[in-house]
Design a protein around this ligand. Sequence first.
Ligand code: ZN
Length: 142
Amino acid sequence: MNSDVSQVLYEAALELAIRQAERNADGEGSGAAALADDGAILTGVWVEAMVDSACLCAETGPIAEAHRTGRALTASICVRWTQPSGGSVLAACGVCQERLAIFGSAILIGVADAGEPGFRFRPLAELRPSPWWDAVHTGPDA
Ligand SMILES: [Zn+2]
């Protein structure tokens, strides 16, 4: 994925995170942007709930929209915004990695990086080098 597309995804997620932070009393917000196989950019925000286990990661919006519209995702990034730290890229959590894996282990996931611009995209296969699903598809019974 070229750096222009990477930056567009980052900025789409960052814009949503900033807007959410402006509405939240704690001044924090999280947004996600995902690239679909047809070039569409699907977005979502963190969904707050009364109990932590009912909250939804920002990635769940794009994932649900991809399923609703019959698209496959090829890249996903989540950005958290706080004052005064600004934007920071959050790697997809383990549950979202499971949700994103349905689009294949080559899907690119935004992760924080010490170099410029502060993040990069890595294939899900690098984040999960020994996924459980390999045992299902390549195990002795395959
Ligand atoms: Zn998640």
